[in-house]
Design a protein around this ligand. Sequence first.
Ligand SMILES: *[C@@H]1O[C@H](CO)[C@@H](O)[C@H](O)[C@H]1NC(C)=O
Ligand SMILES: *[C@@H]1O[C@H](CO)[C@@H](O)[C@H](O)[C@H]1NC(C)=O
Ligand SMILES: *[C@@H]1O[C@H](CO)[C@@H](O)[C@H](O)[C@H]1NC(C)=O
Ligand SMILES: *[C@@H]1O[C@H](CO)[C@@H](O)[C@H](O)[C@H]1NC(C)=O
Ligand SMILES: *[C@@H]1O[C@H](CO)[C@@H](O)[C@H](O)[C@H]1NC(C)=O
Ligand SMILES: *[C@@H]1O[C@H](CO)[C@@H](O)[C@H](O)[C@H]1NC(C)=O
Ligand SMILES: *[C@@H]1O[C@H](CO)[C@@H](O)[C@H](O)[C@H]1NC(C)=O
Ligand SMILES: *[C@@H]1O[C@H](CO)[C@@H](O)[C@H](O)[C@H]1NC(C)=O
Ligand SMILES: *[C@@H]1O[C@H](CO)[C@@H](O)[C@H](O)[C@H]1NC(C)=O
Ligand SMILES: *[C@@H]1O[C@H](CO)[C@@H](O)[C@H](O)[C@H]1NC(C)=O
Ligand SMILES: *[C@@H]1O[C@H](CO)[C@@H](O)[C@H](O)[C@H]1NC(C)=O
Ligand SMILES: *[C@@H]1O[C@H](CO)[C@@H](O)[C@H](O)[C@H]1NC(C)=O
Length: 500
Amino acid sequence: MSRHRRIWTLCFALLLLHQSLKASTAAAAPAVAPVPSKNASAVTPSASARAPSASSPATAPSVEASTPTDVASPPPKAAPAPQQLGSPGSSPSPSNSTKNGGAPAPKRPASASNGTLEPAQARALSALGISVGTDPCNTAAQRNLICDDSVPYKHLIFLHLEYCTMGQVFPVAAWDNLTTLQSLSFSDCPAKQMALPKELLETVTSLQVVASLGRSEENVLAQGLTGVWLSKFYNVRKLVVQDVVVNVSTLSFITNNMTHLQELIFSNTNLTGALPKKWASEDLISLEVSGNDMEGGIPTPVTQLLKLNSLDLSSCNLSGSIPSALGNLSLLQTLKLGSNRLKGQIPSSLQKLATLQYLDLSDNQLNGSVPAFLAHLPALRYLDLSKNNFKGQLPFNSSFIKSLNTFKVGSNAQLCYNSSIISSKLVTGLQPCDSNGLPPAITGDFSPSPAPAPETQGPPPSSHHHGPKRIVLIVAIALASIIGIIVIAIVLSRCCSSKG
Ligand SMILES: *[C@@H]1O[C@H](CO)[C@@H](O)[C@H](O)[C@H]1NC(C)=O
Ligand SMILES: *[C@@H]1O[C@H](CO)[C@@H](O)[C@H](O)[C@H]1NC(C)=O
Ligand SMILES: *[C@@H]1O[C@H](CO)[C@@H](O)[C@H](O)[C@H]1NC(C)=O
Ligand SMILES: *[C@@H]1O[C@H](CO)[C@@H](O)[C@H](O)[C@H]1NC(C)=O
Ligand SMILES: *[C@@H]1O[C@H](CO)[C@@H](O)[C@H](O)[C@H]1NC(C)=O
Ligand SMILES: *[C@@H]1O[C@H](CO)[C@@H](O)[C@H](O)[C@H]1NC(C)=O
Ligand SMILES: *[C@@H]1O[C@H](CO)[C@@H](O)[C@H](O)[C@H]1NC(C)=O
Ligand SMILES: *[C@@H]1O[C@H](CO)[C@@H](O)[C@H](O)[C@H]1NC(C)=O
Ligand SMILES: *[C@@H]1O[C@H](CO)[C@@H](O)[C@H](O)[C@H]1NC(C)=O
Ligand SMILES: *[C@@H]1O[C@H](CO)[C@@H](O)[C@H](O)[C@H]1NC(C)=O
Ligand SMILES: *[C@@H]1O[C@H](CO)[C@@H](O)[C@H](O)[C@H]1NC(C)=O
Ligand SMILES: *[C@@H]1O[C@H](CO)[C@@H](O)[C@H](O)[C@H]1NC(C)=O
């Protein structure tokens, strides 16, 4: 009898334990689950060397409408000890794109024919210092080159050169045999800028130069990468020039003849002069000119590139105001104008940007009030208004701020928030308004308010914000109930056994 009861008690306790654990994990789940972010679209490899079709260069790969984050992400600055150029093929480099400085990770042709690389091209690769085995096209580890599917011999369509020795010279004759290339990429390759055959300049539709070329043994900083050289690739759809000094008067000298351009990155290139007054291509999808010391403001022609979905003009010392016509760029997902000298107000036309996800206006001299329409941009997930001269009361509520992944608003001395609408935790670096809706420091006198010291880190996403506290609470409750159940079980079993 007593044994029965004891077993029953034990079963009951176990059931309770199970239930309470289930309940607590269920309660914890929403707190831990990642926030589904609209931002999280697939990161697609650039399509620069896709759709290999040697016979028809017209169907050359096109730039995909890649995600803003994809396009905008700076290339990883992985600069290990420079290797000899011979190593790219032979080095056991995993298929890990952090090594190639933002070069595309193109797909190989789907159907592999059983031909091998044309002998002249294999010789040319050797002449460039790339060790080629019996069949360079088929080496699984070979990610620095891609061949097409033509018969009887395959041809190179993509070539990536990295970790060259300083001032290395690529023989001109080698390039003469590589005129099937559609995509050419250099990273951490401080070789000498070389003359290229005219045919090659025609076939290349994707060119990337990251921390490469433009240097010589005599003078590391010599401006060897010239605008003239770059301008010859007039057929490119994608042009990436990054972390290398370019000697050119204006960007338009280079882009003037690039009528097919879809993606342009020109960042940290010591570019001067104004942004182009004219674009040869209407097909630009992604435009990044950043980290250059430019002249002038944001010219109207940029606002006429109606296919843009990403525009990044950060850190270019641009002056003037934000053109109202930017609101015409109805496909824009990313707009980065941070770290310039832009003045005036945020134009109301930006409320038309229904797909805008990422807006960075930080570190400018923008003034006026923060417009309320920002809270109604349906796709917005990243908002940085910090380090400006915005005034008055922040027109947002907590639920809007929590809907963002990132919100930064600090270092706006005359901006404040209504503490009965917004939790102070959500607006780091801002002061609460007084009863007149003004920052307390500037109501009485006109002395400059003590600038809010804390650096302007926005709040983490809302669930993360409450997550830890909630988890602790749930764990505590679960533990307490387990202990309670055990105590009850012990007591019950004791009294039962004493009875029996
Ligand atoms: C790439 O390689 C680096 C170092 O070899 C490693 O730290 C990193 O996690 C790798 N990334 C991916 C996506 O494999
Ligand atoms: C590839 O090999 C198969 C049989 O091994 C042959 O039928 C086919 O014609 C070959 N193709 C090429 C392009 O050489
Ligand atoms: C390129 O091809 C030509 C013949 O067309 C040949 O004379 C030359 O040696 C080749 N160059 C290399 C580096 O293979
Ligand atoms: C830039 O190129 C011009 C000629 O195009 C040349 O005169 C000048 O010296 C170059 N500047 C530097 C710093 O190399
Ligand atoms: C651009 O094209 C025009 C006409 O096609 C030509 O005259 C000019 O030299 C080209 N400019 C460059 C830099 O290639
Ligand atoms: C390029 O710009 C960087 C940073 O502005 C500067 O340190 C460097 O001296 C410049 N190089 C040349 C060759 O002008
Ligand atoms: C930005 O432009 C202004 C005006 O041309 C100039 O005085 C200033 O030195 C520039 N700033 C930088 C960082 O080059
Ligand atoms: C662009 O916007 C401006 C003002 O915001 C407007 O006057 C102009 O007509 C627009 N242009 C186009 C092509 O939509
Ligand atoms: C998208 O998410 C990444 C991290 O997943 C973040 O770095 C980036 O700022 C986000 N972009 C937007 C627009 O929220
Ligand atoms: C904003 O700054 C400009 C000068 O940059 C000034 O003319 C304008 O009156 C200011 N607007 C407000 C609302 O403070
Ligand atoms: C917060 O602001 C947004 C946008 O202005 C609005 O749609 C929403 O109803 C507001 N939520 C609350 C709880 O007031
Ligand atoms: C702050 O918000 C509360 C609640 O909406 C409102 O009653 C109060 O007037 C606001 N304060 C200011 C200064 O606008």
